[in-house]
Design a protein around this ligand. Structure first.
Ligand SMILES: Nc1nc2c(c(=O)[nH]1)N[C@H]1C(S)=C(S)[C@@H](COP(=O)(O)O)O[C@H]1N2
Ligand SMILES: [Mo]
Length: 246
């Protein structure tokens, strides 16, 4: 059975709010006016979906063009760290995947020269750095945390990733997946984090980029791939803005 339109729309609420704010403030338009302009009556669910997706991808392109790789996210001191740090996932905390660190191997695929899998010891043998930054979730909370691991740029260079490719994608041990643009992957604050307060925050490996919203920070990473084909993501495919960063 098809979900009712109100249910379908509620899933898009953050995006609709953002769209309306932008259109209304910048162009004096409402979503209703937009439907007239676009020649789209927005009568059925699919029309709404298509329009929002198009608008979102359009915004992605503009945002990516405005992205300044030299701009750093604010950093904080240890005293600022939020404890306990909030947990978030599309399921409950008790259902986090349990991964055996001894047997764990990070898989690599796509446009990467050396696709040899990595053990945790091997990842830990790479130069490590740490950051204290703010994680911002679209659901309306933020928290300051500390993460330590390998600079993602260093890792991508080390495995011979095609740094001219458009996307880096992530497959996680739960059903989560996400992807980021290559300039954001190469940003100096983008970290392949191995150390965080507790396993539920992504053991054994999670991506941490303070320049993007929380949902662009995949936890429990099992595989990293490099591609020119748009990979989408768990929330991105449900209508959240793909770039979601600054
Ligand atoms: N594997 C996986 N990664 C994930 C998620 C998830 O459900 N599964 N949720 C995302 C969302 S929406 C947020 S806000 C952050 C939350 O990270 P935290 O648990 O460290 O606060 O993880 C992101 N990464
Ligand atoms: Mo989130």
């Amino acid at each position: 059975m098809k979900p009712r339109r109100s249910e379908r729309l509620s899933a898009f609420r953050p995006q609709i709010a953002r769209l309306e704010r932008r259109l209304f403030l910048k162009q004096g338009l409402s979503l209703g006016a937009l439907s007239l302009l676009s020649g789209c009556t927005l009568k059925d669910d699919d029309a709404v979906d298509r329009l929002l997706m198009t608008m979102s991808r359009f915004n992605d392109k503009i945002q990516a063009a405005l992205f300044d790789p030299a701009k750093l996210a604010p950093t904080y001191s240890e005293a600022d760290v939020t404890t306990p740090f909030p947990f978030n996932a599309y399921y409950e905390e008790k259902d986090v995947p349990l991964i055996d660190g001894e047997r764990y191997r990070l898989q690599l695929s796509g446009l990467i020269a050396d696709k040899r899998p990595w053990s945790l010891d091997e990842l830990r043998a790479l130069p490590q750095s740490s950051q204290i930054t703010r994680l911002v979730c679209v659901e309306g909370w933020s928290a300051i945390g500390q993460w330590r691991g390998v600079a993602f740029r260093h890792f991508l260079e080390r495995v011979g990733a095609d740094l001219t490719a458009r996307y880096v994608g992530f497959k996680c041990a739960d059903k989560y997946y996400s992807s980021i643009d290559m300039p954001s992957a190469l940003h100096p604050q983008t970290l392949l984090a191995l150390d965080f307060t507790d396993a539920k925050y992504g053991y054994p490996l999670r991506l941490r980029l303070p320049t993007k919203l929380g949902f662009k920070n995949p936890k429990f990473i099992g595989e990293i791939f490099v591609t020119n084909d748009y990979p989408g993501g768990y929330w991105e495919d449900k209508g959240y803005n793909w770039f979601s960063g600054s």
